[in-house]
Every structure is written in structure tokens, then in C-alpha cells.
Design a protein around this ligand. Structure first.
Ligand SMILES: Cc1cc2nc3c(=O)[nH]c(=O)nc-3n(C[C@H](O)[C@H](O)[C@H](O)COP(=O)(O)OP(=O)(O)OC[C@H]3O[C@@H](n4cnc5c(N)ncnc54)[C@H](O)[C@@H]3O)c2cc1C
Length: 475
């Protein structure tokens, strides 16, 4: 069908998914897209507030921090926006609960039998993924539960790829089960660092497909080698710069009270005014039902959700992942960022997993803590899990303050708190039962398209890549 470049397209949400959807549409020649953003800024969970200290005005990170060289989609945005990954080099060390150094990754100890075994399993896992699990890293989840892959390759050219591979069905099982099944359980010790501490949940609850879409073998090795990107002005600046280059920059402070799909059109009511569109791209949380987050709202609070949308989107869950920025005494400033591996285990919910120091040699800059507050036990159904109480926000904050004090980095002042609706996903049962196939089959119905984190994975590159994928397929 011939493309109608004059179509009016409403994009809901001005985070990486929404801004990049506008960018990719514009690059294809679409002129009439409108991005509706609820807050007074773009970037969503790429959130980089300012702090004026002795080193001047610096931006720190309350949300996304880093990328890897295979962030090809983010690179598209960088090129469009005229920015580059020019931020401070990331460094890290590890601490035990008593504050002593955790030496588990000390290279000098690599001769110890356990570490040798781990090294062997990492190698085997990498080979297995490239051979028996061919297609595991293709962007998005189309076909996986049916033993297929279909999408775009993770290469600079992002060629369309597809094929059959029955083994991919195994990726619906939780990552710990999957690694045990393939005889490489120890790899979890490496994968956990950029997974659980980055708020993506625990390996006994999250399907392997999500873990490996994000931490494909190459990306994982980039984390191991600290071959990482950061941005001097913060990740938010990527999307601010891209937004400034859009022919139709995002409309900010938009309070959407109603979206109705009728008579083959889409009607968006924002700030009390109704406007007509031809198509709708949703990049905001698709979850239907109660969301215990002060900023996120269920899709059913403003969209005329269909029965099918309600049935599928009520299965989504998200991580309770909070960050807190604080200032400590100059003499307590840590030499680097610290990971506390023991606090990445579910029985330590609510404790600080990481404290992040972004700028070296600037003792008055904020440090940031990272905490998770809910875990689904293996034998719980989704319903039981959803009904279970989580660790309360204030309770976890008190624990975090105590943790940093115990680590010798007491907070003299908390300067920012960010309580996010993080990493929306479905659990193994729904994944295996074709949740993604059903949602993908709905794409375009009622002139509605679904994008954003849940459609692929909750990181910058997967969400931007999915927006590209969507525009390539349907526009
Ligand atoms: C603490 C933290 C650390 C992270 N670290 C990394 C990292 O190092 N690397 C990485 O790649 N990713 C990281 N991420 C994840 C990354 O930030 C997200 O995956 C990405 O921002 C998702 O983009 P999105 O557009 O799908 O959603 P979001 O970023 O959530 O954007 C959604 C947008 O929609 C808006 N919105 C919501 N509801 C409405 C409504 N009703 N009407 C209009 N607008 C609405 C929101 O205000 C927001 O601007 C991190 C995130 C956090 C919170």
C-alpha cells in the first residue's frame, strides 16, 4: 500500500521510545506526528538533573547511565542529534556487607578452581548462544515462544533476519533454570552484575529471553571489560538534543484525559482539548490495572482499552526500582562506584546494591544508590505475586540510608529521589503462552501501535531499536 506521508500520528510519551519514533518517522518523510509528553521535559527514565558544585554545573544520573558500542539505535539518535558519548569513564569496585573489599573478581585469584570453572562455562555459554541458540539476540520477541526468530540483526546495518530454531522456545524459562539446563549455571555470577543491580529483577523470576536480549554475549563482554559509553551532559541530553532537531518537538506538560478510537480515527484529549489523528503510537506504560507508582498510570485510565488489550496488558508487571542522590562529607567520598553483590540476592530486598560515583575528583557531587523492592518467588502464580505486599518505599529508603552509613559514606543531605515504573515485562508462563505473538498480532488494529520498553526490553537501545523496527514494518 502506498504510504501517506501526511497521516496525522499521535505518539504518547516523550522518552527514548517516543522521541525516536518521531525521529524515525521524520527520516521516512512523515510530517504530521505529534509527541505528547506528560512532564515538563523529554527523556523519561533518561533523567539527568543538574547540581552546582565546586566543579561548576554538572549533570548527574538518576536514571540511565551507560551504553555499549553495540547500541546501534542509540547511535542513530546521537547522529541525528549531533551528540556523542563523551562522558566520564566508568569505574567500579566490590564491597562485602561489612564494608571490606569483595575480591571475587580479582584477576590474581583466577587460578582458584571455582573461577577456572566459571571461565570455562562462560566460554561454553557464548559458543552455545551463537550456535544452538542462533537468533537469540534479534531485537524484539517475535516468534521466540514458537521457536522462530524474526526481526533485525544486532549489526550496524541491522539487516532483516528470520529463521526457525526450536531451541529458542527454552528462552521463556527463568534465566537460572535456563543456565542450569544448558550446563552453565555459574555464568549467573557474571550476568547478575549488570542485571539485578541495574534493577531488572532476579534470575529465578525473569525469562531468559529478556536477560539475553539485553545482555547478549557481546554486550556482556563489554560490561566485563568496562567497554562502556556515558554522556557528559547525561543520557537525558541525547533525547533533548534529538527533540530539538525534530520538525515537531514534543509538546510538554500534556495531561491526557482520554484517547478514543472510533470511526476509523483516533481522538486524543489533552489539556482539555480534543484532536483527531489517523494513527496512535503508545510508548507509555501499557499495563492495565493498579500501578503502585506515584508517576505511572495504567493505560485504562485514559485509553478506551478493548477486552483483548485488557486481558493481555493486565499480565504485565514492573520492577520497583528506586534511586536516591545524596551528598556525603568530603572526607567520606568513595574512591569509585561500589557494587554489593550480596545485596543482589532476593533475601536482601530493599538494600543498596550499588552506589554510583559519576565524577572523579569532585567531592561535592552527588552519589546515587540503587534499590529493588519486590521479588516473585518460584512457586507463586502471577496473581499471588501481584497480591503480595512489596517492601515499602519509605522502609527501603531508611534501609538505604543505614546501608550507606555502614559503608562509611553517610548522607549529609538527600537531594533527589526517583521512584520509577521500571522494566515492564511478563513472566515465563505468559511468555511461553505466546503473549508477544498475541500483542504483535494486534499491531495496527484500531490504528494503534504499541512500542516502548515492554515490547522489547527496558534499556535505551532496545526501546529505540523497537521504535525503528515498528516504523520500518508499519509506516
Ligand atoms: C535507575 C535507572 C537506570 C537505568 N540505566 C540504564 C542504562 O545504564 N542504560 C540503558 O540503556 N538504560 C538504562 N535504563 C533504562 C532506560 O532509561 C529505559 O529503558 C528507557 O528510558 C525507556 O524508554 P521509554 O521511552 O520506553 O520509557 P520512559 O523512559 O519511561 O519514557 C516514557 C515517557 O512517557 C511519559 N508519559 C508517561 N505517561 C504519560 C502519559 N499518560 N501521557 C504522556 N506522557 C506520558 C513519561 O513522562 C516519559 O517521559 C535505566 C533506567 C533507570 C530508571
Amino acid at each position: 500500500m502506498a504510504k501517506n506521508l501526511d497521516e496525522r500520528i499521535a505518539i504518547i510519551g516523550g522518552g527514548p521510545a517516543g522521541i525516536s519514533a518521531g525521529m524515525y518517522l521524520q527520516l521516512k518523510g512523515y510530517k504530521n506526528y505529534t509527541i505528547f509528553e506528560k512532564t515538563d521535559h523529554v527523556g523519561g527514565k533518561c533523567h539527568s538533573p543538574h547540581c552546582v558544585g565546586k566543579g561548576g554545573d554538572r549533570r548527574y544520573e538518576m536514571g540511565a547511565i551507560m551504553g555499549v558500542p553495540s547500541y546501534f539505535a542509540v547511535h542513530d539518535v546521537e547522529q541525528f542529534a549531533g551528540v556523542t558519548h563523551d562522558g566520564p569513564k566508568l569505574q567500579r569496585a566490590y564491597k562485602n556487607l561489612d564494608g571490606s573489599p569483595d575480591t571475587r573478581f580479582d584477576k590474581k585469584l583466577w587460578r582458584i578452581p571455582h573461577l577456572l570453572k566459571l571461565k570455562k562455562q562462560i566460554k561454553k555459554f557464548g559458543e552455545l548462544l551463537e550456535s544452538e541458540y542462533k537468533g537469540y539476540d534479534v531485537a524484539g520477541h517475535r516468534g521466540v515462544c514458537e521457536g522462530r526468530y524474526e526481526g533485525f540483526a544486532v549489526t550496524p546495518g541491522r539487516e532483516p533476519v528470520s529463521g526457525k530454531n526450536e531451541n529458542l522456545k527454552n528462552l521463556s524459562m527463568p534465566f537460572d533454570e535456563f543456565t542450569k539446563m544448558v550446563g552453565c549455571p555459574l555464568v549467573q555470577e557474571i550476568w547478575i552484575g549488570p542485571f539485578t543491580s541495574f534493577g531488572y529483577g532476579y534470575f529465578d523470576e525473569i525469562p531468559a529471553a529478556y536477560v539475553l536480549k539485553y545482555l547478549d554475549f557481546r554486550t556482556m563482554m563489554d560490561f566485563v571489560k568496562v567497554n562502556l559509553w556515558t554522556w557528559k551532559e547525561g543520557t537525558q541530553s541525547i533525547y533533548e538534543a534529538a527533540n530539538a532537531k525534530l520538525a515537531n518537538p514534543a509538546r510538554l506538560n500534556q495531561n491526557i484525559t482520554k484517547i478514543e478510537r472510533r470511526d476509523g480515527k483516533v481522538f486524543v484529549t489533552a489539556n482539555g482539548k480534543e484532536e483527531e489523528f489517523d494513527k496512535l503510537i503508545l510508548t507509555t506504560p501499557l499495563q492495565v490495572g493498579e500501578i503502585k507508582n506515584p508517576v505511572a498510570q495504567g493505560l485504562d485510565t485514559y485509553l478506551d482499552v478493548t477486552e483483548q488489550e485488557r486481558a493481555l496488558f493486565s499480565r504485565i508487571d514492573y520492577e520497583r526500582y528506586d534511586t536516591m542522590a545524596f551528598i556525603t562529607k568530603p572526607e567520606c567520598y568513595p574512591d569509585t562506584s561500589y557494587y554489593i553483590m550480596r545485596n543482589m540476592e532476593p533475601d536482601r530486598l530493599g538494600h543498596v546494591m550499588v552506589f554510583y560515583r559519576r565524577w572523579a575528583n569532585e567531592p561535592d557531587q552527588p552519589l546515587v544508590t540503587y534499590v529493588l523492592r519486590k521479588h516473585k518467588d518460584k512457586n507463586e502464580t502471577v496473581e499471588q505475586y501481584k497480591a503480595k505486599p512489596e517492601v515499602g518505599y519509605e522502609e527501603a529508603k531508611a534501609m538505604a540510608l543505614k546501608d550507606i552509613e555502614d559503608f562509611g559514606v553517610p548522607a549529609t543531605k538527600v537531594i533527589y529521589e526517583f521512584q520509577t515504573y521500571y522494566f515492564p515485562h511478563v513472566f515465563s508462563e505468559d511468555y511461553a503462552n505466546g503473549w508477544y505473538e498475541k500483542v504483535e498480532a494486534m499491531q495496527g488494529k484500531l490504528n494503534t501501535f504499541y512500542a516502548g520498553e515492554v515490547m522489547s526490553f527496558g534499556d535505551m537501545d532496545e526501546t529505540v531499536e523497537y521504535s525503528r523496527d515498528l516504523v520500518e514494518r508499519f509506516f
